[in-house]
Design a binder for this molecule. Structure first.
Ligand code: FRU
Length: 446
């Protein structure tokens, strides 16, 4: 291990900068997770697709670079996109970014592979439709009723975010079908859209609305977030009919550009870039000294239950559990010195107040007066930061701590908080208080 912050069960690059997950797929049994990768530096000046593969979604093999910016129309970046497995091939769809005299041009492109190792780029003429600007990217492809469909993140000429829809029968020729969804909730640009069905009554559209500052014209990372709408894809009208308005997907500090895919078990699995850092926080990130920055969230399974979206940790991660300790007293001390662990608290009765301090007190979870608060110490400012949500009922907490990441699942995935947390030389023991009778806290050492 090159530094104390390198995670053991999160995907992160050996060097350089990682951002969005791309091309998530299961192909010939194996899991493929591509990602946006600057393999040369810990900044955003260069974008290729890197690749990790896995047999079990828990242990990953780094396969290096898969798609490089080596053509005229992707020379300034092989930007984000998706994958589908069909006809014995793995097809990748991405955005070729090129700048001509400083002006952005976006080309939706395709590459395919039969062995999952060599990817051949093939022309796929998808021009930016009239009425949209060259901020047009991040194709997500899926199959429905014998046809292929693609959504892209877009911006209208009147400076509004939009999700554009295309249709194809052969994955090569695409016809523009209009705007699937646009609204003021998409701000000035929509990045990385995804659309899928979770049940006959719930289709989901995930989006990353993006604001640009008038002053600089540059993206303000921090004002952008990943959200979802619940509704119905109307394939006749080519519209997403909204039933439930835009809400945040993750309530923590670090979560952006999520993407989903369906695996061979039929599970809808989502992973995201585990960052929403400002440029200054990114450069202050302690892993930069070891030559890399950022990671992906753990993959999670999406479900529609009790008229709500649930995000649940994959059962596959249970194989990491080694020693286990169980606590039933009202309060207690969690003896632990390993930076990779899992905590499950089952309450039985809703507690009046409950508090859990982890990583020697650097991270705190407090439930009090119908509110849940989660904290970390910001590595750039040295100050404590808190995220709070109103919460009336608390049945279960499940927390995954890797060396510098924490993911907290509330009530079996009703809400999730994801965050990076760099706790310099901290201890990994903890304390809890307020466990109601018949409640149980289980600590798993990984
Ligand atoms: C989102 C994003 C995408 C783009 C990629 C470039 O984080 O800006 O819209 O394709 O990153 O790396």
């Amino acid at each position: 291990m090159d530094n104390q912050y390198r995670n053991s069960f999160h995907i992160e690059p050996v060097k350089g900068l990682m951002n969005d997950p791309n091309g998530l797929a299961q192909f010939k049994g194996k899991y493929y997770f591509f990602y946006q990768w600057n393999r040369f530096a810990t900044n955003h000046t260069y974008k290729a697709w890197g690749l990790f593969t896995s047999e079990d979604l828990v242990h990953w093999q780094d396969q290096g670079a898969a798609l490089l910016p080596d053509q005229a129309d992707d020379k300034d970046g092989v930007y984000s996109g998706s994958a589908v497995a069909a006809n014995d091939k793995l097809y990748l769809f991405y955005t070729g970014n090129s700048r001509i005299q400083g002006k952005r041009q976006s080309h939706q492109k395709m590459a395919w592979s039969t062995d999952g190792q060599t990817f051949i780029k093939q022309d796929m003429a998808v021009c930016t439709p009239t009425g949209l600007t060259e901020n047009h990217r991040d194709p997500k492809v899926w199959q429905h009723a014998g046809k292929w469909w693609m959504v892209t993140g877009a911006q209208t000429e009147t400076d509004g975010g939009a999700v554009a829809l295309f249709e194809s029968t052969d994955l090569k020729r695409w016809r523009y079908q209009g705007i699937l969804y646009a609204g003021s909730d998409l701000d000035q640009m929509c990045e990385c859209p995804d659309v899928f069905s979770l049940s006959p009554e719930a289709d989901i559209l995930t989006v990353c609305p993006q604001k640009r500052t008038a002053a600089s014209g540059t993206d303000t990372a921090i004002s952008s977030f990943a959200g979802y709408l619940v509704g119905k894809i109307d394939y006749q009208q080519k519209k997403f009919i909204v039933k439930q308005e835009l809400a945040k997907l993750d309530l923590g500090f670090d979560f952006y550009a999520p993407q989903t895919f369906v695996d061979d078990h039929g599970r809808r699995i989502m992973t995201a870039w585990m960052s929403r850092m400002t440029a200054a926080e990114e450069q202050a990130c302690p892993t930069i000294a070891a030559g890399y920055v950022h990671c992906l969230t753990m993959p999670r399974e999406l479900k529609w239950q009790h008229q709500q979206l649930y995000q649940q940790p994959l059962v596959d991660y249970q194989q990491l559990r080694e020693a286990r300790q169980t606590y039933i007293a009202k309060s207690g001390h969690l003896e632990n010195d390993s930076p990779a662990y899992e905590v499950i608290v089952k309450f039985k009765a809703i507690p009046e107040t409950f508090s859990l301090a982890l990583n020697g007190g650097a991270n705190r979870i407090n439930f009090d007066k119908g509110q849940l608060a989660i904290s970390r110490i910001n590595w750039a400012s040295g100050k404590q930061e808190i995220k709070k949500i109103p919460l009336t009922s608390l049945d279960k907490l499940q927390i995954f701590n890797d060396h510098s990441t924490m993911e907290i699942f509330i009530n079996d995935g009703q809400s999730v908080f994801s965050m990076r947390t760099f706790n310099d030389g901290c201890k990994h023991d903890g304390n809890y208080q307020g466990l109601p009778s018949a409640g149980k806290l289980t600590f798993y050492h990984y």
